[in-house]
Design a binder for this molecule. Structure first.
Ligand code: NAD
Length: 444
């Protein structure tokens, strides 16, 4: 099939590459010229395991086309994906300006029937707004007779495992009441639907809400565990034992119940906020979601709390080695990452940071260019040199079994502040290191 994707970010590029890899022809449109130029040169703008190879292969095979020309994109496919960003507005609601701009662009250039697919995460009712925008633009352009369908097809990929998630989705949600659109979507996704039927067709509004409900449930699990970890600390319990104890119950399960220094990324924070605002707009107070957000915001300062407890005279002039800048492993994405809150708090208190991340160094450079109290180091060991203490913000595989002797030798104060509970406290203490992790010690 011939498909067009507007917005070549994490979602758009991965989706386009995976569809092309299955044999579809995909035209990728982005307004960012430097991104499109880079892609044409074989430079992949994001780090995502397995992505570079399939982008290059399918580009060379002619199944992936990159352009900044919207008209070329609209002419290309009957299926038109909208995969642009939906960042939080000033009040936390989803900013739909990019989604509606693409809708208008499609309407301006379309000459035949199109199926417009909302892949971006958008509030309930957005498909109606997209349809209204298209209709109004068609009328203005004297093309009112042209027909189209708007489908909601939210994306559930996880950064860091995006290619695999797109190739083997747990489910494919299709929100539509048009049988033509449903059939086209079924044909498009048939290559990913062989093992069992993963497609769930529903009305558009339910599809839109499904995406928010999924992310909010996951964020709730994290904040719930973080609340338990705070209780564990105060009550003299070990949250890691509690985690295993509750995970053994099949109704709870072991997935996604890790305590830590808070969730980040481009999705959970903004989607929880957006659903709270959606609820407000219809006069409903989403009490659980507001608490999820508040617990997470406080949790990002947990490491700072431990640091203040340990360095009773303050951290002015101290240097912290910091391992892990990305909001989670296997990505270079630092949007809303706990590392940022922690570093910025340390700078505020007069401390320096020597940071290392296996993939997010360029991103950190871009965000904090010229920042006086940040040094980006080439390895995790280099970050330790001349540091007073070590902080861990991301659970990269590479941090899981470090040489504790080296850490002990390098640090001026023998202490690790671990926001991801990577180690057994007894193991670390055996090396003469003090160890603060989430929900496993009392600060009294
Ligand atoms: P992103 O910021 O990485 O990419 C968005 C892209 O859209 C950018 O390259 C931008 O230049 C481009 N763009 C903006 N306006 C455009 C226009 N008018 N025409 C063409 N291109 C345009 O965003 P993302 O992380 O890929 O997220 C996209 C959407 O998918 C969001 O709604 C997000 O919530 C949702 N989502 C993201 C993830 C994730 O893990 N990142 C997962 C599921 C869903």
């Amino acid at each position: 099939m011939k498909v067009t994707v507007f917005g070549i970010g994490y979602v758009g590029l991965v989706q386009a590459a995976v569809l092309a890899d299955a044999g579809h022809s995909v035209c990728c449109v982005d307004i960012d010229e430097s991104k499109i130029d880079a892609l044409k040169q074989g430079v992949i703008p994001i780090f995502e395991p397995g992505l570079a190879a399939i982008v290059k292969e399918n580009y060379q095979a002619g199944r992936l086309v990159f352009t900044t020309d919207p008209e070329q994109g609209v002419d290309f496919g009957e299926l038109q994906f909208i995969a642009v960003g939906t960042p939080p507005d000033e009040d936390g609601s989803a900013d739909l300006q990019y989604v509606l701009a693409v809708a208008e662009t499609i309407a301006l250039h379309m000459k035949s029937h199109k199926i417009i697919i909302d892949k971006s995460t958008v509030p309930v009712g957005t498909a109606d707004r997209v349809a209204e925008k298209i209709k109004a633009t068609l009328i203005q352009g004297n093309k009112a007779a042209l027909e189209f369908d708007v489908v909601s097809n939210p994306e559930f990929l996880k950064e860091g495992a995006a290619v695999n998630d797109c190739k083997k989705p747990d489910r494919i949600i299709i929100g539509t009441d048009s049988s033509h659109a449903e059939n086209a979507m079924r044909e498009l996704y048939a290559p990913f639907n062989r093992n069992r039927d993963r497609i769930i067709v529903m009305d558009v509004r339910s599809a839109e809400l499904t995406k928010y409900a999924a992310n909010c449930m996951l964020a709730t699990k994290i904040s719930f565990m973080n609340e338990m970890s705070n209780l564990a600390e105060k009550l003299g319990a070990d949250i890691e034992m509690v985690r295993q104890g509750i995970g053994a119950d099949e109704r709870i399960g072991y997935h996604f119940i890790y305590p830590g220094c808070g969730y980040g990324g481009s999705c959970f924070p903004k989607d929880v906020q957006a659903l709270v605002r959606t609820a407000n707009s219809i006069g409903y107070e989403a009490q659980i979601l507001k608490s999820v957000e508040a617990v997470n915001a406080a949790q990002k300062y947990k490491i700072i709390e431990y640091i203040n407890h340990y360095f009773k005279d303050g951290v002015q002039g101290k240097t912290f080695a910091l391992w892990g800048l990305a909001f989670k492993p296997n990505t270079d994405d630092m949007r809303e990452a706990p590392s940022r809150v922690i570093m910025e708090a340390l700078w505020e208190m007069g401390a320096r940071v020597h940071a290392f991340d296996p993939e997010a160094m360029e991103e950190a450079q871009r965000i904090y260019q010229g920042r006086e109290h940040l040094s980006l180091m080439g390895t995790k060991e280099a970050a330790l040199k001349q540091a007073d203490a070590l902080i861990i913000c991301t659970e990269w595989q590479n941090f899981r079994a470090p040489d504790f002797e080296v850490i002990k030798q390098q640090l001026k104060y023998p202490v690790i502040f671990d926001g991801r509970n990577l180690y057994q406290p007894k193991t670390v203490e055996k090396y003469g290191l003090d160890y603060f992790s989430i929900g496993r010690q009392s600060l009294n």
